[in-house]
Every structure is written in structure tokens, then in C-alpha cells.
Design a binder for this molecule. Structure first.
Ligand code: CTP
Length: 400
């Protein structure tokens, strides 16, 4: 199953680096193509010659090859890899990754990687328990990094506790699991709407909402990583898609989003409506900036926008799956259930603004899914990347 998979291994400076030699051997034996990038400290724990011999590829550590001045491109490495596994991942390197620091080739590649990054932490128990390390782990989990958790046991310091790197066999299994589980959407085309819409009042003003697009983009990344081809129809947001299986269609108004959905939905197997679409738009957009008139009230006449989810619900064929969101502040379950049937959705994902850590701008979300047969599934507060996996898992059985 790993045959032909391109796996980039990152080794940072920890005693567990010696175990990574076994991991590389297991991967090569399974038919994977392995390249290794090491930090300067890692070279004190395991010889680059051992690593190069086992991986059958030259080891990369510097931005330039000191012998011939050849440039080791982190961008090329980041595009080459199907998965980037950093084992061991020290507290120091994880802290740097969490901050976006890129002061060596291994870390720079983290920023340029288009694939998922898997981390196998290894450190002493006190370093592991330290709130700063735990905070960094949480930041990375929220960003969708995959963790092969550190284990309890005897540590290099002689102390005993949590911090040992997982055994190479376990990391290998996690890599295999990643490739089997995560390719279940191959051959599927999925439309996702995300972000807010902007409804223009005049050339300098618009009506919009607080949506940041984080949830929709997390769903797009998750499904693309699981093999789907994605059409991401997005309103104006600050973030950008990473996976190159995501085709971004940028729109501004609800009408533009509707037009793009109408064009793309017939070719798609699934549509997920996560955008916070404005329900109303100014009846007319003033061609010039509207001037202030302090003596009079300003009355803005608004007209309804197309309800994109409802319209897609009308177009939906037997073979297509349609999923919507409901953002509520009161009567949550009732409102969500009504939207589910009114918009002809297969299921609806309810967000309540009453839940702490859920809603616009957060990296976490707490959802409840309401199905057509009225069953309800409640989830814990999780990172948006984890929520996206849960949503993908619920869509998968509905694919025809
Ligand atoms: N939606 C849409 N087009 C709209 C409005 C909403 O596609 N013009 C979609 C959203 O993307 C979401 C679902 O419909 O998947 C529910 O959106 P929500 O804003 O919760 O509900 P509304 O239908 O707008 O109803 P209300 O604002 O009254 O709660």
C-alpha cells in the first residue's frame, strides 16, 4: 500500500533519532520512496551516512550542498512529498513550527509542504508536561498536524513518564493508516462554499458578516487530503487553500456565489454549503460614494438574495449528497431541523453561538449533526481540522 508513496522524513535532535533508522528501513521495505532532511543537532545523534544508506537517497540538511553549492530547495521537497513525517519531533522544533519559524531546511520545508505533516514527539517528561509544550501541541493539532503520541516509559534521562517517542513500528502503522483511511474520496468531486459574502452599497461600503472561512477551508483541505477533487467557492477571506487538489473560485456577492454553484454543482458528487451567505442585498448599488446628509435618515432598501442551499436542493439528483450548516442563537434544534427539510439536505451541521469556542473566527468548533430520520449526533469541542474529519466520515457512507 505504501508502494510508490513519497515520504519525507524529518529528523530533529533527540536521542530517539536512532529509532528513525528502523522507521526508514520499514518504509523502504514497503516500497515507499524516502527522502530525509535532518536538523544540525540530529546529525550528532545519528550519522547522515546511516540515514542516506537506509533511505537510498542523499540526506539533506543545509540549504546549499557545501561541496558543489547546489541549492536544496525546500519548495521542491514540500511539493514532492505525499507525507512529511518528523520523528523525533523535539519540543524545540515543535515550538518553532507552531510559531512558523524557519531557520533550517527541515523547518522551512514545514512551511512549504503541501502535504500533511505527521509529528512523533520525543522529550523528557517535564518538557512534555510543560504548559508551553502542551500549548504548542494544541496549536499544531488545531492546524491539522497529525500526531503519533509520545508514550509512557523509561526515558533517556533515567526518569520514567510520558515523553518517549512511539516505536518505529507504531509510526509505520500510523503512516499506513493515513494512506488507507485518507484516500477514500478518490474519484469524487466536491463543491464547498465558504466564507462570507459582501453585498455592495456603493464603491466603498458593503454589508457582510464575521465569517472567516476557517471551517469551510478545513473541510476542503480534509477532503482533498482524502483524495477528493474540490471546487471551493469562497467569499473574501484572509486564508488560502494549500492542497493542489483544491480549485479556488473566488466570488464576492451572494449572487456570484449562486452563479458559481449553479455552474459547478451538476458535475459534483457532493456539495457542502458552509458559507455565511448574506440573506439580503441592497436593491441598488450606488455608482458613486453616497454622501452624508446629517439632516435626514438614511434608508437602505434590501432585497432577498438567492438561497443557494435551497436552489441546490431543488437541482439535487438521487446520486448527489447535499450538506448544509445552521448557525443559530436560539431554538437551535428546531431551526436546524426546519432548514434540513426546507433545503432538501442530507444532513445539517448545527453550530450554536451559545457554545464556547464555537462560531466565527475560532480554530475550534462544537457541532451537532441532524439527519433526515431526525436522529441527532452531538460532538465535543474539537479543532476545526478534527471536525472536518468527522464531517467527511459522515458523508462517506452516503456516497452512491
Ligand atoms: N445558505 C445559502 N444561501 C443563503 C443563505 C443560506 O446557501 N442565501 C446556506 C448556508 O450556507 C447554510 C444554510 O443555508 O448551509 C443555512 O444558513 P443559515 O444562515 O443558518 O440560515 P438561513 O437559511 O439564512 O436562515 P436564517 O438566516 O433565517 O437563520
Amino acid at each position: 500500500m505504501l508502494n510508490g508513496k513519497k515520504i519525507l522524513i524529518g529528523i530533529t535532535g533527540g536521542i530517539a533519532a536512532y529509532k528513525t533508522a528502523t522507521l526508514i528501513r520499514l518504509l523502504v521495505k514497503a516500497g515507499a520512496e524516502v527522502k530525509v532532511v535532518m536538523s544540525a543537532t540530529a546529525k550528532q545523534f545519528i550519522s547522515p551516512l546511516t540515514v542516506a544508506t537506509l533511505s537510498k537517497n542523499p540526506v539533506l540538511a543545509d540549504f546549499f550542498n557545501p561541496e558543489n553549492g547546489e541549492w536544496n530547495s525546500h519548495v521542491k521537497l514540500g511539493i514532492w512529498a505525499d507525507l512529511y513525517v518528523i520523528a523525533p519531533a523535539t519540543a524545540n522544533s515543535m515550538a518553532k513550527i507552531a510559531c512558523g519559524i524557519a531557520d533550517n531546511l527541515l523547518l522551512t520545508t514545514c512551511l512549504s509542504a503541501r502535504c500533511k505533516i505527521m509529528l512523533a514527539p520525543a522529550m523528557d517528561l517535564d518538557m512534555f508536561q510543560n504548559p508551553m509544550t502542551q500549548r504548542n501541541i494544541q496549536i499544531l493539532k488545531n492546524q491539522g498536524f497529525i500526531f503519533v503520541d509520545a508514550k509512557e516509559g523509561e526515558l533517556a534521562s533515567g526518569l520514567s513518564g510520558k515523553g518517549r517517542m512511539a516505536e518505529p513500528e507504531e509510526i509505520f502503522e500510523s503512516i499506513e493508516k493515513y494512506f488507507t483511511e485518507t484516500q477514500d474520496f478518490v474519484g469524487k468531486k466536491i463543491l464547498i462554499t465558504a466564507g462570507p459574502t459582501r453585498e455592495k452599497i456603493d464603491p466603498v461600503r458593503f454589508i457582510s458578516n464575521y465569517s472567516t472561512g476557517k471551517m469551510g477551508y478545513a473541510i476542503a483541505e480534509t477532503l482533498a487530503n482524502r483524495g477528493a477533487e474540490i471546487i471551493l467557492i469562497s467569499g473574501p477571506v484572509e486564508i488560502k487553500p494549500i492542497n493542489n487538489k483544491i480549485q479556488l473560485v473566488s466570488v464576492e456577492s451572494a449572487q456570484e456565489m449562486y452563479n458559481a454553484c449553479k455552474t459547478h454543482f451538476p458535475q459534483c458528487d457532493v456539495a457542502i454549503m458552509s458559507a455565511a451567505v448574506a440573506d439580503y442585498t441592497p436593491e441598488t448599488t450606488a455608482p458613486e460614494k453616497i454622501k452624508k446628509d446629517s439632516d435626514n435618515q438614511m434608508i437602505l432598501k434590501l432585497v432577498p438574495t438567492p438561497d443557494i442551499a435551497s436552489e441546490m436542493g431543488k437541482l439535487k439528483t438521487e446520486k448527489q449528497v447535499l450538506v448544509g450548516f445552521a448557525l443559530e442563537t436560539e431554538n437551535e434544534l428546531n431551526n436546524a431541523t426546519n432548514k434540513l427539510s426546507k433545503k432538501n439536505l442530507d444532513f445539517i451541521i448545527l453550530n450554536s453561538l451559545k457554545d464556547k469556542g464555537a462560531g466565527f473566527g475560532y480554530d475550534t468548533n462544537k457541532i451537532t449533526i441532524v439527519y433526515r430520520d431526525s436522529t441527532i449526533e452531538k460532538f465535543e469541542l474539537k479543532s476545526k481540522a478534527e471536525v472536518a474529519q468527522d464531517i467527511a466520515d459522515r458523508i462517506y457512507p452516503l456516497l452512491k
